[in-house]
Each structure stands twice: as structure tokens, then as C-alpha cells.
Design a binder for this molecule. Structure first.
Ligand SMILES: Cc1cc2nc3c(=O)[nH]c(=O)nc-3n(C[C@H](O)[C@H](O)[C@H](O)COP(=O)(O)O)c2cc1C
Length: 217
């Protein structure tokens, strides 16, 4: 492995405080949105967002992710039909009473019109093996790596002035089939990206307090 000098510029304490505070304020206004407009989004923005996700760290730098971007209305419709079939089962039979109670305050149900309305659906796959060599090799810390990349992706979407939803129709195998993904890939998340509708609403929620989520030792 060859090495190069780290590209690092030390910032002043003031600059660090300002930057971290500004980033916090920006991220505080991110929300999961379920009402998408069909207003088009320039492709360049989607490319930038995915390239941002691709800067994420990953176990042994295996980068075990694939971002399949769906823009074809026919495929979006197919995905909506298949997702709603699973969600109908989930809300009608599969979900436990507690799970439905937890979901109740978000006003969600089996209907997913945003899967057709949003200009882009980014379907994230995790790659359980690396098939770039002759003999397939296991990838390491796959879920952790893809989770971090998706965190970068969601932050980049918000930073670009767009909205997203982290969606997990359960089970999600139908996405592997519709999108004809290879055997070494598993569906990880489905993320519609676009603009909110003019009258979009989000549930009033709160985040845990700093004291709840952190402790210094
Ligand atoms: C792993 C994961 C799965 C989720 N699955 C769904 C989903 O299938 N449908 C949905 O409407 N929201 C889903 N959400 C969104 C959460 O409900 C939302 O993030 C949470 O209520 C907090 O709201 P916020 O994102 O606006 O802060 C999911 C979020 C995560 C992180």
C-alpha cells in the first residue's frame, strides 16, 4: 500500500465552533417527508449526492454499496404496486399491536403514492460479497458501512435543499427482483428524493435530550 501526506488544514477554535454550530442548525431542519411533488430535480444534484455518500468510510475500504436510481415512471409504478402489496399485508396482518401503535402517530398506512410522485427513488443495496475478483470474497461490516454511507446521503440530500424519506417496505426482496440485482446484493433501504408538495405536513416529534443520548467518562 502506498501512502501520501494527509490533506489537513487546522481551523481556528472560532471557525470550528461556527462551522459545527452552522452544520447542527442546518441538520436540525431535516425531516422525513411523505408528501412528494413531481417537480423535476436536475440529474447533477443526484450525482453529487451519491458521490457524497461514496466518500463514506467502509470496512477495509470495500465500499459494499450500490445506489440504484429509479427515474423511469414504469419501474416506479411497478415498485409502488409491489410495495403496497407488502404494506397491505404488514398493516393488515404482519405488524404487532405495539408496532401499529408506534406507527399510528405518523399517520402512515399501506398507501405509498410518493413512490410514483418523487422524481427519483434511490434504492440502496448492500453487497455481502465482493465479486470484483475471480473468487468472491466476503465483505466486512457491511451493514455498518452502508448505514454510514446512507447517513452521508441523507445529509447531502438535505444540504442540497431537497427532501427524502427513509423507507423500508417489509420484506424488501421484491426490489432485488424488479431491479434485477445480482445474488451478492440485498436491499437495504428505499429513499425517495425530491421536493415536498406545497401543503406537505410532518408529524410533531421531539428528539432525545443531549443528556439522554450522551455521557462523558
Ligand atoms: C431505518 C429506518 C426505517 C424507516 N422506515 C420508514 C418507513 O418504512 N416508512 C416511513 O414512513 N418512515 C420510515 N422511517 C422514517 C422514520 O419514521 C423517521 O425517521 C422518524 O419518525 C423520525 O422523523 P424524522 O426523520 O423527520 O426526524 C424510517 C427511518 C429509518 C431510520
Amino acid at each position: 500500500m502506498a501512502f501520501q501526506k494527509l490533506d489537513f488544514i487546522e481551523l481556528s477554535k472560532e471557525e470550528m465552533k461556527k462551522r459545527s454550530g452552522d452544520f447542527l442548525e442546518m441538520m436540525k431542519s431535516r425531516r422525513s417527508v411523505r408528501n412528494f411533488s413531481d417537480k423535476p430535480v436536475p440529474r447533477q444534484i443526484i450525482d453529487n449526492i451519491i458521490n457524497t455518500a461514496a466518500t463514506a468510510p467502509s470496512g477495509a475500504n470495500k465500499q459494499p454499496w450500490k445506489f440504484v436510481v429509479v427515474e423511469d415512471p414504469k419501474i416506479k409504478k411497478q415498485i409502488r404496486i409491489a410495495a403496497e402489496k407488502e404494506e397491505k399485508e404488514f398493516y393488515g396482518h404482519r405488524a404487532t399491536k405495539e408496532w401499529l401503535e408506534d406507527l399510528n402517530r405518523f399517520g402512515t398506512d399501506w398507501q405509498k403514492p410518493f413512490l410514483e410522485a418523487a422524481p427519483y427513488l434511490i434504492v440502496v443495496f448492500k453487497q455481502v460479497t465482493d465479486t470484483s475478483r475471480k473468487e468472491a470474497r466476503k465483505n466486512y461490516h457491511v451493514s455498518e458501512s452502508v448505514g454510514i454511507a446512507v447517513g452521508f446521503l441523507l445529509a447531502a440530500i438535505h444540504n442540497a435543499g431537497l427532501v427524502s424519506l427513509t423507507h423500508t417496505p417489509s420484506p424488501m426482496k421484491f426490489l432485488q427482483e424488479i431491479l434485477k440485482r445480482p445474488d451478492n446484493e440485498r436491499t437495504y433501504l428505499l429513499i425517495p428524493v425530491g421536493y415536498p408538495t406545497k401543503d406537505a405536513e410532518v408529524p410533531i416529534i421531539s428528539k432525545k435530550s443531549f443528556d439522554d443520548i450522551s455521557t462523558f467518562v
